[in-house]
Design a protein around this ligand. Sequence first.
Ligand code: FEO
Length: 410
Amino acid sequence: MPPIEIIKDIHWVGAIDWNIRDFHGYSVDRGTTYNAFLVMDDKITLFDTVKRGFREDLIGNISRIVDPASIQYLVVNHVEMDHSSLLPEIVELVQPKKIFCSEMGRKNLVAHFHSERWPYEVVKTGDTISLGKRQVRFIETRMLHWPDSMFSYIPEERLLISSDAFGQHLATTERYDDEVDLSMLLGHAAKYYANIILPYSNLVQKLLAQVREIGLEIDMIAPDHGLIWRTNPGKILECYDEWSQQKGKLKALVVYDTMWHSTEMMARAIMEGLIEEGVSAQLFDLAVSHRSDVVTEVLDAGALVIGSATINNGMLPRMADLLHYLRGLRPLNKIGAAFGSYGWSGEAVKLITTAMEEMKFEIIDPGIKVHYVPSDDDLKRCVDLGHRVAKALQEKTQDRIQSSGEAVPI
Ligand code: FEO
């Protein structure tokens, strides 16, 4: 994909990864991009690099604009290998005068590349450098999502180069938000948030407050993955504000793994109860649903009803995988209940309940266990559980609306 001039003398010079499908456990079914940006100023500056394997894309794109050896400054907003694994080759080729990064960035670069002799210039929030006609102001964004992460802001262009934040794993020939369907794009941004940024939601709130406080004027947000927000930067900021509050909508998920369809029968009965109470509900069978797609829906769900059959005194392995993944993402403000069939011991329901308690879910039922195959009475109990989850969710939403003054339940 050739370079694109996103603003006069500022070029996208990244790479499109059409074929990646797994990003450390996150299913990236539409691939991704590794964005890098070249600013042609008195000091020619490259913001971020790309993953090893995409050398020809990055070098080829830069070379169409300028001799790479002319680059004087490198800015490393984030050290994770998808943005830095090509960095040693770039440093070797470019011989930059300065490499700007946060203090944690310097430490992490040394830990990755044993590169003590590189010409680091450590910057912190508020530090500003001049490229000539333009300035770059740095904003550290520690733990969004690594300790080294930072933003680079170019005030003359009102351009925020935002590293991983506001990104999407989405490979396209288009480079801007207004060139694709916005709801599709926001869906990928939500998946990205749910699978990567969610544990740091409190820091997102603080960062957004900081952005408001310093009055950062933003016309364009250029993340390191996916499309550039040139028409809807306000929309993605608004979404991050909403997602990071984790309020939970009137929406329930029923997620299960089943051995011989008994737990599935229970799941469908619980769905029936939820639907009868008018709550939006989604059903996920882990045999056909990827953990990262489930987590995307967890982002704005208010309740999770989770079921597994018992196997060898535990839950089925796909459910253990989901709960392990979910625990790390630290979702907040969820109502929870467990269910499952069993043959002779039936530990899965208790184990799932314990996992939900550890995530501070509000457990509204000790859990429904069914011996082998559910009877009609068992299924009625499951429908009733659906009713009770729905009512608890409706009451919680109503309480929240009354206490916060929100206008409309969503
Ligand atoms: Fe896109 Fe945290 O790397």
